[in-house]
Design a protein around this ligand. Structure first.
Ligand code: FUB
Length: 322
């Protein structure tokens, strides 16, 4: 696959999480829609109210099958608004959909919904995960342990917390201070909560110093993803207002991770978001852009492109605009 291709031409889908379950590829995107809310820095215009699940047998040329609505805001007892980027994990025949949603006080929390099928429908728990906050859950499984990465600044509200406690008001570090970190927590055996207090995911520069808040072309903004390649853990994320997808590599799912480089240069649109997955012996980058909506930042379309590594394990940078 030389060129990126659009996967769902008839609807606006974004923020892909992608997994292989039972030999099939499943895509869990956000479902963008036009709700008329004006664009602002809080992301109020990303006013999504349901999820669809898609599956594919062939990434190179096949169609994505739409399995219909898997979960709606209307079915979530604690819901306020805005279903943002979700992810799904599989354990012992059950599938767990993790989703960020603002509660009735307009605070992002992370919820969980369960199904016995990868395509859902998913039944939500009555309450969000205790101790959860912010957005963009991404779950990585290894040896029966499930790690949830999460967090996002600005509209994702991560700047309102320190040490897992809510602050009186949002607080950003000064430009020279260590950047706000994404979080990681082991999930409990029943997959419905955290087994530990969320920890900081440290992203270091080449000298071993934490990236600074003012280092906006490298510091974390949102959209965590984790994959393993050749024994190394690759933590990837979006730099938000500088519109890059980057990655950092470490020796443990907890990090620390050392910044390596850019996976995807800016796309048409504001947000950039991704999943990296191996399927049938090839690696792929799933992401989104706003070309089909002619640049409407809240109406994004899903794409896939081949992802390649150099012999030393470096990811080859992919151009976001062609
Ligand atoms: O889709 C809403 C938000 O935009 C996601 O949660 C972020 O990662 C960004 O893509």
């Amino acid at each position: 696959m030389k060129q990126a291709r659009y996967l769902i031409p008839n609807d606006y889908m974004a923020d892909p999480a992608v997994h292989v379950f039972n030999g099939k590829l499943y895509i869990y995107p956000s479902h963008d829609r036009e709700s008329g809310i004006p664009e602002n820095d809080n992301g109020d215009h990303f006013d999504m109210n349901d999820y669809h699940v898609f599956s594919m047998d062939d990434v190179e040329a096949g169609e994505a099958t739409d399995h219909g609505v898997a979960l709606s805001v209307a079915d979530i007892p604690w819901a306020g608004r805005q279903l943002w980027d979700c992810d799904v994990a599989h354990k012992n025949g059950a599938y767990y959909l993790y989703f960020p949603l603002k509660d009735k006080n307009d605070i992002f929390r992370i919820g969980v919904a369960t199904s016995n099928r990868p395509e859902g429908p998913f039944a939500p728990e009555k309450h969000p995960i205790p101790g959860s906050y912010s957005i963009d859950p991404a779950v990585f499984e290894e040896n029966g342990k499930y790690y949830m990465y999460f967090g996002g600044i600005w509209g994702g509200q991560l700047q309102r917390y320190r040490g897992n406690k809510a602050l009186q008001s949002a607080c950003f570090p000064a430009d020279h201070e260590p950047a706000i970190c994404p979080k990681v927590a082991l999930l409990s055996d029943d997959m419905l909560g955290f087994a530990e207090a969320p920890r900081d995911v440290l992203i270091l520069d080449e000298s071993g110093r934490p990236l600074a808040q003012g280092d906006t072309k490298r510091r974390f903004f949102e959209a965590s993803w984790m994959h393993k390649y050749n024994g190394k853990y690759y933590f990837s994320y979006s730099t938000g207002d500088t519109h890059l997808l980057c990655y950092a590599v470490g020796d443990s799912p907890y990090g620390a991770f050392t910044y390596q480089g850019v996976i995807l240069t800016p796309v048409v649109g504001w947000t950039t978001h991704h999943a990296i997955v191996e399927f049938k012996g090839k690696w792929y980058l799933f992401h989104h852009d706003c070309v089909p909506s002619q640049g409407k930042t809240w109406l994004r379309s899903l794409k896939v492109v081949a992802l390649e590594y150099s012999a030393d394990g470096a990811i080859k940078t992919i151009p976001g605009k062609i």
